[in-house]
Design a protein around this ligand. Structure first.
Ligand code: SF4
Ligand code: SF4
Length: 81
């Protein structure tokens, strides 16, 4: 794990479904704020994990310092922004 890698939420895309909060096994998101995704434990995020981002239905999750070229799934559908 690293403090450099953690999810960044695009709140313009997020529909506050709460999936990422419930999905993450490391409690990176504050469960007390469910369904609003608040990253309050970024140091718990697993380096290079894309787990929540791959499953976000709106492609709202990217990662700080992501150098892999990965893009949220929704980016393939050019219907937003
Ligand atoms: S899974 Fe995506 S849309 Fe749902 S709360 Fe998380 S960031 Fe928002
Ligand atoms: S990338 Fe993985 S470890 Fe990090 S918040 Fe998402 S599911 Fe949790």
């Amino acid at each position: 794990m690293t403090e450099e890698w953690y999810p960044v939420i695009n709140m313009q895309r997020c529909t506050q479904c709460g999936f990422c909060i419930n999905f993450c096994p490391r409690n990176v998101y504050d469960k007390s704020r469910n369904p609003v995704p608040m990253v309050t434990y970024p140091e718990g995020c697993v380096d290079h994990c894309h787990g929540c981002g791959k499953r976000c239905p709106n492609g709202a999750i990217t990662y700080n310092n992501d150098d892999t070229g990965w893009v949220p799934p929704r980016d393939e559908v050019h219907d937003l922004e």
